[in-house]
Design a protein around this ligand. Structure first.
Ligand SMILES: *[C@@H]1O[C@H](CO)[C@@H](O)[C@H](O)[C@H]1NC(C)=O
Ligand SMILES: *[C@@H]1O[C@H](CO)[C@@H](O)[C@H](O)[C@H]1NC(C)=O
Ligand SMILES: *[C@@H]1O[C@H](CO)[C@@H](O)[C@H](O)[C@H]1NC(C)=O
Ligand SMILES: *[C@@H]1O[C@H](CO)[C@@H](O)[C@H](O)[C@H]1NC(C)=O
Ligand SMILES: *[C@@H]1O[C@H](CO)[C@@H](O)[C@H](O)[C@H]1NC(C)=O
Ligand SMILES: *[C@@H]1O[C@H](CO)[C@@H](O)[C@H](O)[C@H]1NC(C)=O
Length: 375
């Protein structure tokens, strides 16, 4: 760290963007200053050019995943038009990157082979981890110099062996494909839309790899994947993976804005998620339960492909009796179905949604059932 770097960071602190009031340990401070170098978009390895984002085989985090501090603004001024969307996406990317990084640290080549998976699996997991580190860098450079680039929080992921890790990964990848269809509708700049599409395509390749190599199934997912317009609601449903209070205080709220909707899942006794199956709904966060107005009609709205189908639900006796809903039999058994509980058919605006979204995995469907039984 040079004197100039130090002075620059102090000047930034004076801008009011950060309070460096508490004394910090030296190694913490060194890491903080190293992270500030990321403010320069030309600094360090470039995704699409540097091999580390593909073929770095170390167990330690891929750069810049090892620089976990937030990157402070270097200029005062109004935020870039799409900064808020990229900040949400960068914060989500820290979750995904760490999801893979923790698996790289927890497992090795033999763990996947012992679980009956191909001998290339550990290497692929590392390569996906590297791709995700490339996303971290891409999203950092999309955020303008007047806005903070969020740092990493602490996370807890409910996996304990190679199979549960890959099952959750399959859901996370296809969920990210769905929320990117919503985020792309939030950004203003055309080039930002293009950049987001390339990320969705990359996540699709990760998903297809898992479907073919790990789950040994037909990877084709129908004529289109699922569009879900309310991306922040999907991001909001990942907040259970973030350890409460663990985020750097300079980070913006994640996601922003956040409706704090009650989480929606299926009850543990669910035996099938095929279209036509009836499921009992579960509101899985005891601290955040839905409030149903007596006498008012509510609906389960299921999104698949480019369409949605609405099913009325009976909330009268809830929570004494569970609420059920039948997954529309019309849907093909492909990809995912995103589900929300709404007070208006079709959930035409985000304010009509009262719980969810819940993501129903159709490929492979038994995996979704297993995950629901575990949750
Ligand atoms: C982060 O990784 C880079 C590249 O491997 C390394 O040079 C740097 O020292 C690391 N920094 C920290 C704080 O771990
Ligand atoms: C993988 O980890 C297991 C358990 O920690 C260990 O016994 C094994 O030798 C490791 N295999 C490799 C290839 O590192
Ligand atoms: C990995 O598996 C493939 C086929 O399943 C086999 O041909 C190859 O020899 C294996 N490689 C190693 C290093 O075990
Ligand atoms: C499933 O569990 C819920 C409670 O979570 C219960 O109300 C419901 O009756 C059960 N359904 C079946 C088919 O066992
Ligand atoms: C679904 O709920 C309704 C209303 O509470 C109930 O009459 C019906 O038996 C339930 N169906 C199943 C399959 O659990
Ligand atoms: C769901 O479909 C209905 C009917 O086509 C449409 O009016 C509504 O806007 C759709 N909802 C969303 C969130 O796209």
């Amino acid at each position: 760290m040079g004197v100039n770097d130090f002075l620059r960071a102090c000047a930034l602190a004076a801008l009011g963007t950060v309070a460096l009031s508490k004394p910090v340990y030296t190694h913490r401070r060194a890491a903080f200053f190293e992270a500030q170098k990321l403010a320069d978009p030309t600094y360090g390895p470039v995704p699409g050019q540097d091999p580390i984002f593909n073929t770095y085989w170390g167990k330690a985090p891929t750069w810049p995943g090892n620089l976990t501090d937030p990157v402070l603004p270097t200029k005062k001024g109004p935020p870039g038009v799409d900064d808020q969307v990229w900040q949400n996406l960068l914060a989500a990317e820290w979750i995904i990157f760490n999801f893979y990084q923790q698996a790289v640290e927890m497992f090795n080549e033999s763990s996947f082979i012992a679980a009956g998976m191909p001998n290339t699996t550990y290497q692929r997991v590392k390569e996906i981890r590297n791709n995700e580190a490339g996303h971290l860098r891409m999203f950092q450079t999309q955020i303008s110099e007047t806005s903070v680039k969020p740092g990493a929080c602490k996370y807890h992921f409910p996996y304990y062996d190679p199979a549960s890790f890959l099952a959750l990964g399959t859901v996370l990848e296809i969920s990210s494909m769905a929320f990117l269809t919503g985020l792309v509708q939030q950004v203003k700049l055309d080039k930002a839309k293009g950049a987001m599409l390339t990320i969705a395509e990359t996540e699709t390749r990760h998903e297809v790899w898992a479907l073919m190599d790990i789950w040994k199934m037909n990877p084709l997912g129908g004529p289109s994947d699922t569009v879900f317009p309310y991306a922040n609601e999907v991001l909001g449903s990942t907040s259970n993976l973030v350890v409460a209070g663990s985020c750097p205080k300079e980070n913006p709220e994640y996601p922003y804005p956040n409706q704090h909707l009650p989480a929606l899942g299926a009850s543990k006794n669910t035996t099938s998620f095929v279209p036509g199956a009836t499921i009992d709904l579960a509101f899985t966060d005891p601290q955040n339960q839905p409030k149903f107005v007596p006498g008012k009609q509510y609906y389960a709205v299921f999104f698949h492909g480019l369409k949605n189908i609405t099913v009325p639900i009976d909330t009268c006796d809830w929570p004494k009796k569970s609420i059920n809903a039948t997954i529309p039999a019309k849907f093909e058994q492909k990809g995912v179905i995103a589900t929300v509980i709404a007070d208006t058919p079709g959930a035409p605006t985000k304010d009509t949604i009262v719980a969810g979204p819940g993501i129903i995995l159709e490929q492979p469907e038994p995996l979704g059932v297993k995950l629901a039984q575990l949750s």
